[in-house]
Write a protein of this length. Structure first.
Length: 367
């Protein structure tokens, strides 16, 4: 769904507020009440382990012992790692009789999808570009269509962020011609999608540099990489750290380039990264966004995903303490998925009055 709301709501996101973000029922219930939080190493907050006596599992039979589930995140220090750890804490504290959820450091979007499909993991965080490849099964990493992947809760949008040292003189995408461009980890969805996009747009880098985003930022600082691209909700730590010692230019898309990307890839939406997102972003930066999503295995029972979905959406003050971007975690935003939802999520959405389109209803859902 193409929405023009992103430019407007991002301005509000930059002024972080502790407002509730529940489902369309209009109410939000905290898992334990009160502001019992602890600061993480990078200044965000994680809910304290003392919360959680008010479980969302009323009426659902408890297992003989809590179920041990794994939640795939990303590399240490990244947003996926931070958000995934916080989500696991909220679920464990709110539903202690049902789950012991361990957040796992992984290779990110595609690794999480692969492990869920293979039965090695129950829940994980990914991006809509990776979900598109998983659904089609055409990308090399997928090994064919991934039929066990189900949507659970939409988390937050990420901005396509392109940056270079100001001394490089790179100011536009066309300036990427003949340059070394960092596209994150090799084989990840962003890498494969943007290689294809550059080719279709007539952009010809001299080579592509593949490594994690932190390592890529260091390579930009050292002059090994001319410009880099990543998708993230600002500010991204590696870029902010780089700006402490280097002056950066943030590269925007022209309206024509935005249209090219959104026409080619429906999971992208034209948007604007607001001025002030980074020190070097002194003006609004035209770009595109895609969603970061919590996904799960179709083999997890409906009751359990229903409880997890309800708990997260009705405890948004705690989500906001993990990361300000999670104000976008609403029932309505779940409709941005590009794969079928889990039956438990469909059940919750219908309970709170959100109409789920037919293409998001999984084949196993029983009304």
């Amino acid at each position: 769904m193409k929405k023009n709301w992103l430019a407007l709501i991002l301005a509000g996101a930059m002024a972080f507020s502790m407002t509730a973000c529940g489902g369309s029922s209009g109410t939000a219930t905290t898992a334990g009440g009160g502001d019992t939080t602890a600061n993480t190493a990078d200044g965000e907050k994680t809910p304290d382990a003392g919360q959680g006596d008010q479980a969302a599992g009323g009426g659902i039979e408890k297992p003989s012992s809590p179920l041990r589930y794994s939640l795939g995140t990303g590399s240490s220090g990244g947003n996926f790692y931070l958000v995934g750890g916080g989500i696991a804490t909220i679920l464990n504290n709110s539903l202690p009789d049902y789950f012991v959820i361990t957040s796992e450091e992984t290779g990110g979007s595609t690794a999480n999808l692969t492990m869920i499909q293979n039965g090695e993991m129950e829940v994980g965080i990914t991006m809509t570009s990776s979900l598109a490849e998983a659904k089609e099964g055409t990308a090399e990493w997928t090994g064919g269509p991934m039929d066990k992947i189900r949507g659970m809760v939409a988390l937050y949008p990420s901005y396509m962020t392109m940056y270079a040292l100001s001394s490089s003189g790179i100011k536009t995408v066309s300036d990427f011609n003949g340059k070394i461009i960092g596209l994150g980890s090799k084989g990840a969805a962003m890498d494969s999608v943007l290689r294809e996009a550059f080719d279709k747009m007539g952009v010809k880098p001299s080579s592509i540099y593949n490594d994690g985003h932190g390592a890529t930022a260091s390579a930009v600082a050292d002059g090994q990489v001319d410009a880099a691209v990543l998708f993230s909700f600002p500010p991204f730590a590696a870029i902010s750290e780089l700006e402490a010692t280097q002056e950066l230019t943030f590269i925007g898309l022209t309206p024509e380039e935005q249209k090219q990307l959104t026409d080619m890839y429906p999971f992208y939406t034209a948007a604007t990264m607001p001025a002030g997102s980074y020190k070097g972003a002194t003006e609004d930066v035209p770009t595109v966004t895609e969603w970061n999503m919590l996904v799960c295995s179709s083999e997890v029972p409906e009751d359990y995903i229903y409880m997890m979905t309800k708990t997260l959406l009705e405890n948004n003050p705690q989500l906001m303490e993990i990361h300000k971007s999670l104000e976008y975690c609403t029932a309505e935003n779940i409709l941005n998925y590009n794969v079928p939802l889990h039956a438990g999520t469909v059940r919750y959405l219908q309970e709170v009055g959100v109409n789920v389109p037919d293409e998001l209803i999984p084949p196993e859902y029983q009304k």
